[in-house]
Write a protein that binds this ligand. Structure first.
Ligand SMILES: Nc1ncnc2c1ncn2[C@@H]1O[C@H](COP(=O)(O)OP(=O)(O)OP(=O)(O)O)[C@@H](O)[C@H]1O
Ligand SMILES: [Mg+2]
Length: 245
C-alpha cells in the first residue's frame, strides 16, 4: 500500500499540536522553569503573535516548535510527525525541510551580497525559489548586489527573511524580528512577513514585546510565567502597513 492510500490520522488544518509541554533548565542546583504544561494548536496558514513579559517563555516555546530545543515533558506534533521522538539528526532535517527562522539580529554573512546570502540556502534546498524571487517578495529586488554593510537594518532584516523563506518552508518562526528597528523600518519588515503569510500561505508565528503588532495577527497568544494565560482571535486583522507606534 502506498502512503497515499492511507487515510491521514491528522487534521491537515493542524500544523502543530503541543500537549503538556514543560521545559526546565538546570543551572547547577537551581532549576529554572521556562514552560509549564503548555497546550497549543497552531493552524495551517494562520499568523499568530506571541506576547508576554521578558522571561515568560516565548522564545523557549518557539524554539521547541522549531526543533531548536526539546521539551522536558510533554509532546509536540508537527503534522503527522512526533517531534518528541526525534533525535538530533532528525530535528536538524526537520528544521532544514520545514522551518524558516528569523531572529532579532540578522546573522548575514558580511562578505556576501544579498543575493549570495540567500543563495547559500537555495543551493541546498529541495524546491527553492530563486534568490531574486525571494528578495523581490521582501521588496529588495533593487538591492540584489548590495553587501550587508551597504543596507539599513530593516533591509538587512528583509534579506534575512528572504533567506528564511526562499526554501518555501511550511512554517516561519520569527523571534522579535523588529526588536532592533525603529517603528518605520519595523513596519516594512512586518509587511514582508505579512505578505509571505498571505501570498505563500506560510504558517507564521511572531514573538514581540510590542502589543500593537498583535493587531496584524489572526490569533494572539499571551504567555506569563511559562504558561499560556490567554489566546484571543482578532475579529479584524490589520494590515502591517496600517500599524503605527
Ligand atoms: N538556555 C537556558 N538556560 C537556562 N535558563 C534558560 C535558558 N533559556 C531560557 N532560560 C530561562 O527560561 C525562562 C524563559 O526564557 P525565554 O527566553 O523563553 O523567555 P522570553 O519570553 O523569550 O523572554 P524575552 O522576552 O526576554 O526574550 C527565563 O527565566 C530564562 O532565564
Ligand atoms: Mg525571547
Amino acid at each position: 500500500m502506498t502512503d497515499k492510500a492511507l487515510p491521514s490520522l491528522v487534521d491537515p488544518k493542524v500544523v502543530f499540536r503541543a500537549r503538556g509541554v514543560s521545559k526546565s533548565y538546570h543551572m547547577g542546583a537551581v532549576e529554572v522553569v521556562a514552560l509549564r504544561d503548555v497546550d497549543l494548536d497552531l493552524y495551517a496558514g494562520e499568523l499568530v503573535v506571541l506576547l508576554g513579559p521578558s522571561g515568560s517563555g516565548k522564545s523557549t516555546l518557539l524554539n521547541i516548535l522549531g526543533g531548536l530545543d526539546v521539551p522536558t515533558k510533554g509532546t509536540v506534533r508537527y503534522r503527522d510527525h512526533d517531534l518528541s521522538a526525534f533525535d538530533d539528526a532528525a530535528l536538524t532535517q526537520y528544521r532544514r525541510d520545514h522551518i524558516g527562522f528569523v531572529f532579532q539580529f540578522y546573522n548575514l554573512i558580511p562578505s556576501l551580497t544579498a543575493r549570495e546570502n540567500v543563495a547559500l540556502v537555495t543551493e541546498i534546498a529541495q524546491h527553492p525559489m530563486t534568490p531574486e524571487e525571494a528578495l523581490r517578495l521582501v521588496s529588495l529586488g533593487e538591492r540584489l548586489d548590495h553587501f550587508p554593510a551597504q543596507m539599513s537594518g530593516g533591509e538587512q532584516q528583509r534579506v534575512a527573511i528572504a533567506r528564511a523563506i526562499a526554501k518555501r518552508p511550511d512554517v516561519l518562526l520569527c523571534d522579535e524580528p523588529t526588536g532592533a528597528l525603529d517603528a518605520q523600518t519595523g513596519i516594512l519588515v512586518l509587511e514582508a512577513i505579512d505578505r509571505i503569510n498571505r501570498e505563500l500561505g506560510t504558517t507564521t508565528a511572531v514573538i514581540t514585546h510590542n502589543a500593537i503588532i498583535s493587531e496584524m495577527a489572526d490569533r494572539v497568544i499571551l504567555l506569563s510565567g511559562g504558561r499560556i494565560v490567554d489566546i484571543r482571535r482578532n475579529a479584524k486583522k490589520t494590515a502591517a502597513r496600517e500599524l503605527a507606534w
